[in-house]
Design a protein around this ligand. Structure first.
Ligand code: SF4
Ligand code: SF4
Length: 206
């Protein structure tokens, strides 16, 4: 057991998260939950519902940006493990022309174990700390955010990041309905770390 220290940065981050929710109730927790469920349940093709959820997460990101520690060019999180699904890899293939591997459907224990070795490895689509596939980046990248003004906590190679948490707007609000709809559309899909789908030579992104 480690001692949990009083964390001034988390307190500061909580205040800014509260401030965001107070000043933007139309995209606070309750509203996003409501909108995401309404999209999920509406009578429309699943592909368009998935697109709408992506738009919703982008809208939240846009509103939340002034309150967050995340800034353009700040990419420690792109060296964390990035779990994506086969349909997301296929979308990236379509956008980049880079061939996505077809991974086998594995048990959760198997894909978790296989992906661990990529912790600390830069995503193959990161270049100069920027995302080269921003328009088609996976849902996990769209919903990841951090309010704590110490980006070293997002660096998985930093031992402190294991015991000092970041504070995020709840990603599950959009990610869970997205995953449920994707499962309905694509069935049981392969899940893997982004580098497993694109085992590229580092730095070859143009
Ligand atoms: S999650 Fe962390 S590393 Fe990623 S953009 Fe935000 S502050 Fe930067
Ligand atoms: S897809 Fe883009 S945002 Fe996501 S980990 Fe890779 S470089 Fe970062």
């Amino acid at each position: 057991m480690y001692k949990v220290e009083t964390d001034e940065l988390i307190l500061d981050a909580s205040k800014r998260l509260d401030q965001y929710i107070y000043e933007n109730p139309e995209v606070g927790f309750t509203a996003v939950n409501f909108f995401a469920n309404r999209i999920k349940l509406k009578d429309a093709p699943i592909t368009s519902k998935l697109d709408e959820l992506i738009k919703l997460s982008d809208e939240v990101n846009q509103k939340i940006a002034p309150y967050m520690a995340c800034k353009k060019g700040c990419g420690n999180c792109c060296s964390a493990i990035t779990w994506i699904k086969q349909h997301e890899a296929d979308k990236i293939q379509e956008y980049t022309g880079r061939k996505a591997q077809r991974l086998a459907v594995r048990s959760q224990n198997q894909w978790l174990e296989a992906g661990q070795k990529f912790a600390g490895e830069l995503c193959p689509f990161s270049k100069n700390n920027e995302c080269t596939i921003y328009e088609v980046r996976p849902i996990v990248c769209r919903t990841h955010n951090n309010f704590v003004n110490d980006v070293s906590r997002c660096d998985v190679t930093n031992p402190d990041s294991k015991i000092k948490p970041i504070l995020s707007f709840n990603a599950d609000l959009v990610e869970v309905p997205y995953d449920e709809l994707a499962r309905e559309l694509y069935g049981e899909e392969a899940i893997g770390e982004i580098s497993e789908f694109f085992p590229t030579i580092k730095g070859d992104i143009k």
